[in-house]
Design a protein around this ligand. Sequence first.
Ligand code: XMP
Length: 329
Amino acid sequence: MPEERRPENMTRITTPELAEAFINEQIDALRAQIGDKKVLLALSGGVDSSVVAALLIKAVGQQLVCVHVNHGLLRKGEPEQVIDVFRGQMNANLIYVDAVDRFLDKLAGVTDPEQKRHIIGEEFIDVFADEARKLEGVDFLAQGTIWPDILESEGGIKAHHNAGGLPEDIASRFELVEPVKILFKDEVREVGRALGLPSNMVDRQPFPGPGLGVRCPGAITRDRLEAVRESDAILREEFAAAGLAGKVWQYFTVVPDFKSTGVRDGKRTYDWPCIIRAINTTDVMEVTVEHLAPELIDRLVARITTEVPGINRVLFDYTPKPPATVEYE
Ligand code: XMP
């Protein structure tokens, strides 16, 4: 069985050698726990679930069944990367579920931020549970729980989502497998690097569970969501080109639900603005703003207004937290 608790004197995993040693221990532990049974994993493509998937592939290969749910609120290229890395490069048993219409239809016309989050969370569980019910002979459910999740849940800060809120008929079928639960985030990243995961997966900035849905304030429409996705992709490209990827803690775009007048090729336009937010923090309770170089600002404005349909204006959010939160919803 894997370790239940993080030992108090455990050496922090800060080098590839320490990561290798952890991986080898976990492979033995996972093989002992799982035997010849099957294990199911919801693979979002985030750091924690990706590292769990890569560990399980090494340990039990085809006995792992990964389910990647595309809820339509992922960043540009993410579902493709999950499929390429895990199915293409690691030969994982991966079920890809295109649930885009299902999510966006449910979210149509919903303006309340909490209701949007609720629908996204519930629908995700429904889609995953549907897939789980179709599978036979799966005894284990893997999760990317990490040590801070356990500390926070013990401290009463947030509920530890054991079995991810799955319905009882599903949750009771599985024994949990949590191979990174004694690790801090930086250690999970070190292990991910040692497992050969690409750096843009391992060093990803934080991304909220409801995804781009919270960056498309108010009722989500497909065209405005596309404008969020395209502008986010341009922002990431330009931050990478400017050497800021991995240095700035989090950066993203928001496309609010109002329009303003502009002019393009001598004709009037009436389009959305795109808001850029780039922030730094250590504890997420307090956040400072990254001040961008004038050349970078000019490039972002030029590219986003010419390449993203529906955008005629770019605004920069220089508000710290407090008084603003990081996300808009
Ligand atoms: P706020 O907006 O609360 O965000 O200042 C703080 C950090 O948390 C991330 N965030 C979320 N992460 N599910 C997540 O997994 C969520 O619903 C969620 N909401 C916010 C946010 O991106 C920021 O890094």
